[in-house]
Design a protein. Structure first.
Length: 167
């Protein structure tokens, strides 16, 4: 069965919140207990993501299997304005994926979501926690390059910054 990706609607909220809860448990069980340990992302932010059209869901059949935020533009993410111990691969317009999470029921969701995002832009940025080894492995497998370190507002833990240029 094929995967489709569409903008989330408010009726998707319970499924999306369940996916994020699953992701928090998965991360804690796989050596990354701090990245989303404070019920991140909060429901109010998920609702805002839906209202603004930046939250997308990956659907197989009638099941929502993954969720993520996608933005595209120039200087769209203030957390990416400053990068330490390196530099971004390119300036100008880029796409960014945030809060990517799978419900754990359909394999390959991370790849499907990142492939979808990369198909919409020529240059994609993403970051992850230093303890998030499964995400780091996925990004390396998909050809992303680690560019340095960024800092996010939600906690004090630095994030590893990655990008991929589609030629």
């Amino acid at each position: 069965m094929s995967i489709s990706i569409r903008p989330a609607v408010m009726q998707d909220l319970p499924a999306v919140l369940a996916i994020y809860a699953h992701a928090r448990r998965f991360m804690a069980e796989h050596g990354n207990p701090r990245q989303w340990n404070t019920a991140w992302p909060p429901e109010a932010l998920v609702k805002e993501d839906i209202r603004t059209g930046r939250l997308f869901v990956a659907v197989q059949g009638a099941q929502i299997a993954a969720a993520f935020v996608y933005l595209q533009g120039v200087e769209i993410d203030p957390t990416y304005a400053s990068i330490e111990n390196g530099a971004w691969g390119r300036d100008g317009e880029y796409g960014v994926v945030h809060r990517l999470a799978s419900g754990g029921t359909v394999p390959g969701m991370g790849k499907a979501c990142l492939d979808w995002a990369l198909a919409r832009c020529r240059y994609l940025r993403i970051d992850t926690h230093g303890d998030n080894i499964p995400m780091q492995n996925l990004l390396k497998k998909l050809g992303f390059t680690q560019r340095g370190v960024i800092h996010v507002q939600e906690d004090n833990d630095p994030r590893l910054a990655y990008d991929k240029i589609r030629e």
